[in-house]
Write a protein of this length. Structure first.
Length: 105
């Protein structure tokens, strides 16, 4: 019986130690855009075709808002063969985000 006491006590101590310490919040690598700026940012991309400076923040913001397909499309901007293609993709995203409530992407 004694040979089971020590491992059991260690297991209990580990469980209690893990349960009582709160883990620190995970910092985001990319600053998220406020939700009200998502459409505005997409509209700007649709006008200019420039996306590189905001793509990661926009992706994180779309994901947080529940627009998973739209976030994946933003990541695919890099594969577009011209700025005009990026503009067209961004215009489609503007319509998509405006039509569908957050969380249903």
């Amino acid at each position: 019986m004694d040979r089971f006491v020590f491992p059991g006590m260690c297991l209990i101590a580990l469980c209690l130690g893990a349960c009582t310490k709160a883990s620190p919040p995970v910092a985001s690598l990319y600053p998220e855009l406020p939700a009200e700026q998502i459409v505005t940012t997409l509209e700007k991309i649709a006008e200019t075709g420039e996306y590189k400076s905001v793509s990661m923040s926009l992706t994180a913001s779309l994901e947080k808002a529940g627009y998973m397909r739209e976030a994946a499309t933003v990541q695919n901007f890099q594969y577009a063969d011209s700025p005009e293609k990026v503009k067209a993709m961004a215009a489609e995203l503007v319509n998509s985000v405006k039509k569908r409530p957050a969380g249903q992407g």
